[in-house]
Design a protein around this ligand. Sequence first.
Ligand code: TYM
Length: 330
Amino acid sequence: MEKDEKIVFSGIQPSGKLNIANYIGALSQWPNLQDEDKCIFCVVDYHAITVKKNPKELRKRVIETAKIYLAAGIDSEKSIIFKQSDVSAHTELAWILNCIGARISDLNKMTQFKDKTGENKESASVGLYDYPVLMAADILLYGTEVVPVGEDQIQHVELARDIAKRVNNTYGDIFTIPKAVVKKDGARIMSLLDPSKKMSKSDENENNAIALLDKPEVGRKKIMKAVTDSNTGIYFNLEDKPAISNLLNIYAGLGNREVKRLVKDHKDSGYGEFKNALADVVENFLITFQEKYNSYSDENVLEILEKGKERAEKIAQERLNKLKNAIGII
Ligand code: TYM
């Protein structure tokens, strides 16, 4: 490892159709890091089974997700790309952290669990409740310093920090303390039809989100149908202009421009003109992204995941063994 090289770890659940919010909030940060740092990107399939999944579909989505990493610009020579369930150290460490690192009071604070389960907490799986501990294991196994994610994952990364500090206090210097890194514009992309709601791949109404594999003309239509705010003018203000601010974030994220610049360029545009310009950006983005996506075969991806498994396993096993030794298991 180079001297100033940091370890970067992130992952996405292969659940539902990955969308432009996953891209803007998380994925778009990743390729920029891989020249300087040691990057590890995981398809977190064990996280995906915290809610019921169709086995055939899950298998398909794992390959699709890895292909999306590649289409986003991850280079499998520079970075490690692998599947969580291929490295058993993740689930093994999660169990140990359940016992020696995480507390029930920590998990009770997790807002994502509360949001996801609503009134149905009692029937949710224990896995869904415990999922932040598995995520802490993912991160801590690799000595991760940087976790590039969207805003909704900050609380989980903070839990990983707390767990790491607790374990280090008791057992010595086992874990590195990680930090979440989010984008300035676009850490929280909202639904196209309801800007008070997060854009989510588990949303039942497909018009709320643009999937990365939506037909480009479908992406265009979804932008044209997106809600706008009642008063006119293109400017950024989350309270006064939630819908337009969200569209500006999408424009910035997919068009590689700063929100400030976009506001300047569109100060005289009406909503129709602004949406048309954004629809062009979305359509072009999807065309280019999907060209790249389609250039990989399933066989390519399976090979990359297999290679990634070997590389990840070596790193993960070392830290797991160090902890197991410290707690008296080996
Ligand atoms: P997941 O699969 O829900 O989302 C993947 C990534 O997309 C980001 N994201 C968003 N960003 C901006 N706006 C949105 N509306 C939006 N929705 C999702 C998420 O913040 C995330 O970065 N628990 C994680 C996966 C995970 C993980 C990890 C991440 C498991 N282990 C270790 C980092 C490190 C999750 O469910 O993300």
